[in-house]
Ligand binder design. Structure first.
Ligand SMILES: *[C@@H]1O[C@H](CO)[C@@H](O)[C@H](O)[C@H]1NC(C)=O
Ligand SMILES: *[C@@H]1O[C@H](CO)[C@@H](O)[C@H](O)[C@H]1NC(C)=O
Ligand SMILES: *[C@@H]1O[C@H](CO)[C@@H](O)[C@H](O)[C@H]1NC(C)=O
Ligand SMILES: *[C@@H]1O[C@H](CO)[C@@H](O)[C@H](O)[C@H]1NC(C)=O
Ligand SMILES: *[C@@H]1O[C@H](CO)[C@@H](O)[C@H](O)[C@H]1NC(C)=O
Ligand SMILES: *[C@@H]1O[C@H](CO)[C@@H](O)[C@H](O)[C@H]1NC(C)=O
Ligand SMILES: *[C@@H]1O[C@H](CO)[C@@H](O)[C@H](O)[C@H]1NC(C)=O
Ligand SMILES: *[C@@H]1O[C@H](CO)[C@@H](O)[C@H](O)[C@H]1NC(C)=O
Ligand SMILES: *[C@@H]1O[C@H](CO)[C@@H](O)[C@H](O)[C@H]1NC(C)=O
Ligand SMILES: *[C@@H]1O[C@H](CO)[C@@H](O)[C@H](O)[C@H]1NC(C)=O
Length: 493
């Protein structure tokens, strides 16, 4: 044993470490035999990122195990993407709540924190001033601007074949709703996707978020949102038992501390933003995983009942984008163009998913307990940087399927088969079946949402875009001088 042992130690400690310990068998020379070629951990469900709802850093959707690349014999010939802005600093309302709850802690006048909050002896609040409020974060591993650029760079590899950089004098439009953080995300994405060609090839179109845009919008609203019964009753402290337990625990560790369930909610929400901004947060470990699950579920309830399938008008809101996409898919790349990159808010994507029947649970989410399984986990649906990608596939015949055109939905990089139609290659749906199923199921936005004939009646900007490059880059500091949001309403840039 001894000689073998010392040989092994020498091998591990010696020069071979520089190149890795390599097997001495034919065909394995370049393999690191101690590295697992297939990861066995699959821990992504057991991560705080799956329980920060839509407030925290992006993570891919937990997949059904369907390959992300086009199925064998298929190629993507058109892509239509709808992406939320990237990770960001908090909005003014939540930021004020964070300060209120932090002040409760600091006003105990504790000079030396102990227990779970002992990190507060050196911690500093991460929002240095109002000028960052609501903007994309830019440093750290989860920086929103990095999300936009990296996602663009990855999609440039995946979908770069859909445009020809050697062609002369081409314009590819991109579409951002008129909100600063969304526009900055779109620009970074475009730079990642098109590289040096971004400046000359892309025409950034800014679609105002205003109600007067009617259906010609990436952010349509509903004038008759009469389904507010549950939505308006949801409060920050839904699921108070879990938050009360956390409050009692922290209060017991610090003299004079009197946090309640609302404060726990605020502090957990703040944690998600510290991750967006700093990339780490000591607050993560202040709360148990069960408490994080409870926090995540408050977010699921809010999206589900206020901007998702639990609000009966939201399918109609999402039908605008779903219907227009259907037109693009049927026109195909020759007539309509191959690349449609669109940017908006989380609550503009959840209605589209509802209209497409993606991620809609069979039953309404319960208000009094956390269901298992929970098919409406916000972190799988609209995390920061979340996105729905519709792929049009042209496929050769296979043993099971005919040659033809097929459609796939990819949500946060996981293929999500269309309900009722998934017999195509890679669980896709033939374009003709997709078209007939979807067009007969989409509600009428104009009627349902109460827009009269003076409003634009359908989404038109994909066919009537502007070719100016004027909005491709910032022409002023992206940071507002005062607290408040810079919104871009077409010409403000
Ligand atoms: C489909 O078949 C043709 C002819 O064999 C081949 O040239 C093409 O590469 C195939 N397409 C895909 C996506 O595999
Ligand atoms: C903390 O100190 C301030 C200022 O000295 C004082 O007004 C306040 O009552 C103190 N709070 C507690 C809980 O002792
Ligand atoms: C892309 O950039 C390269 C390098 O500058 C240039 O040669 C090419 O013409 C550009 N393509 C388009 C479509 O502008
Ligand atoms: C480029 O295209 C635009 C509009 O399609 C046209 O007006 C212009 O003359 C073209 N320029 C060149 C150099 O071909
Ligand atoms: C917690 O305390 C704040 C005041 O600091 C109050 O506004 C809020 O309603 C309280 N929340 C609960 C659930 O009692
Ligand atoms: C509420 O919305 C539904 C459509 O979802 C509509 O049929 C109904 O008339 C609306 N009620 C009111 C009072 O607006
Ligand atoms: C669907 O889209 C097409 C083309 O974009 C448009 O002509 C049609 O009016 C739309 N239908 C509805 C119900 O919005
Ligand atoms: C399309 O729908 C028809 C009728 O339901 C069905 O027979 C056919 O198999 C479907 N084709 C695909 C590719 O899903
Ligand atoms: C449409 O509605 C707007 C505001 O709701 C109103 O000002 C306008 O007069 C209406 N137009 C028509 C043609 O009914
Ligand atoms: C294009 O520019 C015109 C003139 O500024 C504007 O009225 C229109 O809304 C713009 N369209 C888009 C899609 O941005």
């Amino acid at each position: 044993m001894a000689p073998l042992y010392s040989t092994l130690v020498a091998a591990l400690a010696g020069a071979s470490m520089a190149t890795g310990y390599q097997a001495n068998r034919p065909g394995t020379q370049n393999r690191y035999i101690f590295a697992k070629p297939y990861d066995q951990s699959f821990l992504d469900g057991y991560s705080v990122l799956k329980h920060v709802g839509g407030q925290g850093p992006y993570s891919n959707r937990q997949s059904y195990g369907i390959g992300r690349d086009p199925p064998g014999g298929c190629a993507v010939d058109q892509v239509i993407m709808l992406k939320r802005h990237g990770e960001r600093w908090p909005d003014p309302g939540p930021a004020a709540n964070f300060k209120t709850s932090l002040n409760k802690i600091y006003s105990t006048n504790t000079t030396s924190f102990t227990g779970a909050l002992s990190f507060l002896n050196s911690w500093e609040y991460f929002v240095p001033g109002n000028r960052y409020i609501a903007l994309e974060s830019y440093n750290g591993p989860y920086a929103g601007l990095l999300d936009g650029y990296r996602h663009g760079a990855e999609y440039g590899v995946r979908y770069g074949h859909l445009w020809d950089p050697t062609a002369a004098n081409i314009t590819i439009p991109m579409f951002s709703s008129g909100y600063e953080r969304i526009l900055t995300t779109a620009r970074k994405f475009g730079e990642g996707f098109f590289g040096w060609n971004y400046t000359d090839v892309v025409a950034m179109n800014i679609i105002p978020e205003q109600v007067y845009m009617g259906a010609n919008s990436l952010t349509p609203t509903c004038l008759k949102d009469n389904d507010t019964a549950i939505c308006s009753q949801l409060t920050a402290s839904n699921l108070q038992p879990q938050f009360n337990v956390a409050a009692a625990r922290l209060n017991s560790q610090t003299r004079n501390l009197n946090l309640n369930a609302t404060d726990i909610y605020n502090l957990m929400q703040m944690t998600a933003y510290e991750l967006n901004v700093r990339g780490y947060s000591d607050w993560v470990d202040v709360f148990s995983l069960d408490e994080w699950v409870a926090f995540g579920y408050t977010q699921d309830l809010s999206y589900y009942y206020c901007s998702g399938p639990g609000d009966k008008n939201m399918r109609a809101v999402g039908a605008v984008y779903a219907n227009a996409s259907l037109t693009l898919l049927n026109e195909g790349p020759e007539k309509a163009g191959a690349i449609y990159l669109n940017f908006c808010h989380d609550t503009n994507i959840t209605p589209v998913l509802a209209a497409l029947g993606l991620s809609s649970p069979a039953q309404d989410l319960p208000l009094d307990h956390i269901p298992f399984p929970n098919d409406y986990n916000t972190a799988n649906i609209v995390p920061m940087g979340g996105h729905l990608t519709i792929e049009r596939l042209t496929c050769n015949a296979t043993v099971n399927t005919e040659a033809g055109v097929y459609v796939r939905h990819v949500l946060n990089e996981a293929v999500v088969p269309f309900t009722g139609c998934q017999t195509g290659p890679g669980f896709s749906c033939s374009l003709s079946n997709y078209t007939s199923l979807l067009s007969s199921s989409l509600p009428n936005f104009i009627q349902t949402c109460g827009f009269n004939s003076s409003y634009p009646q359908y989404l038109d900007f994909w066919w009537n875009y502007n070719t100016t490059h004027a909005y491709n880059f910032e022409t002023q500091s992206p940071i507002p001088a005062e607290e408040g949001l810079l919104t871009y309403q077409g010409t403000a840039a």
